[in-house]
Unconditional design. Structure first.
Length: 340
């Protein structure tokens, strides 16, 4: 099958499956935001500073969105394909995908970590989320093989994959503000002794098996200790004080203003959604109304935010968080519907 034919089939398979969470992803196009997530979830970075982790992240490989590139037709390992597809199979879309150097390595060749960061709105879904996360990571491992060498030649050069999931809503109370870690390990070897060779064998096989790791972060209400959950809670609630306390002190004035404007919009959308929900709650029950109203308001605000960012309209970003009339004007200008 020709590359042209593959592309046609891929386009048909992906039709109608575009993602609408670009605004949330735009935060994590920044190295300092990514570094804070890695600091709290990836063991290889536990002892590094945020700035040191930022230096490890390969900025030109950061991909957010739905780049349509199949693993069958990919020609290079440089960069990351946000969408992997095999012909006849439904597309797998990664929210945020990038590569980062392992700061400590034994061989002379620097090895990369492949990081898949997923923003999961609904935690309580009809399938075990862990299985989906493992599948995503496994696909990212298999996609490497044609690029590093097939069969026995390529297995040696496969690089470790992390699949990190940030879960936002519908989380049981007892699981809120928790993190689960999953990885492969040699947990038992029968018939082996206790000598130096045995110890060396176990260490070697453990290192060889350490190729896939899944991290599931579950946010929630209430205060949490300082760390990745606290940082992410600040991001998704628009709390500037919390977020800026995690960012490097040497970020530029322009960067600080950009982040502040984006966080202001998140905070505004959240509060606006709560008010809309309360009104709907009079007819359909407060709880149902709040949830529906919040989703409508957040969806509209995310759409507007994405368009303004894409058009580099910084002044309008600032104005809509403070001026309701200007907000209405922007909605009208971009043809974004009014609240129901």
């Amino acid at each position: 099958m020709s590359t042209k034919e593959k592309t046609r089939l891929l386009m048909e398979a992906c039709k109608g499956k575009e993602r609408d969470d670009q605004s949330a992803k735009s935060f994590f196009h920044r190295k300092d935001f990514l570094a804070n997530v890695l600091k709290g979830t990836v063991s290889e970075y536990a002892d590094l500073t945020i700035r040191e982790i930022m230096d490890c992240i390969e900025g030109d490989t950061i991909q957010t969105g739905t780049a349509l590139v199949s693993e069958d037709a990919a020609d290079t390992i440089r960069g990351e394909n946000t969408q992997l597809t095999t012909i006849g199979e439904a597309p797998v879309t990664y929210d945020i995908l990038f590569r980062s150097l392992i700061p400590q390595f034994k061989e002379t060749i620097k090895v990369n970590l492949h990081i898949d960061l997923e923003i999961q709105q609904e935690y309580s879904v009809s399938y075990p989320l862990e299985r989906r996360a493992i599948y995503y990571a496994a696909r990212k491992i298999s996609a490497q093989l044609p690029k590093v060498g097939k069969n026995g030649v390529g297995y040696k050069y496969l690089e470790k994959v992390y699949s990190i999931w940030i879960c936002l809503d519908d989380i049981p109370r007892y699981l809120q503000n928790t993190i689960s870690y999953y990885k492969m390990s040699n947990y038992k070897t029968e018939g082996i002794g206790q000598g130096k060779n045995s110890k060396r064998f176990l260490e070697k096989t453990q290192e060889a098996a350490d190729l896939l790791e899944v991290v599931i972060i579950r946010l929630g209400r209430g205060n949490s200790e300082r760390g990745v959950i606290d940082f992410l809670t600040g991001v998704f609630s628009g709390n500037q004080e919390i977020v800026f306390s995690y960012l490097p002190d040497d970020i530029t004035k322009e960067e600080r203003e950009e982040v502040g404007n984006m966080l202001s919009l998140v905070d505004y959308a959240e509060k606006r959604g709560e008010k809309s929900g309360e009104k709907r709650g009079e007819k359909r029950g407060k709880r149902i109304g709040e949830k529906r109203g919040q989703k409508i308001a957040e969806s509209r605000m995310q759409e507007l935010l994405q368009k303004l960012i894409a058009d580099n309209r910084t002044e309008d970003l600032v104005k809509i968080s403070k001026d309701k009339e200007h907000l209405k004007k922007m909605y009208k200008e971009y043809g974004i519907g009014e609240d129901e």
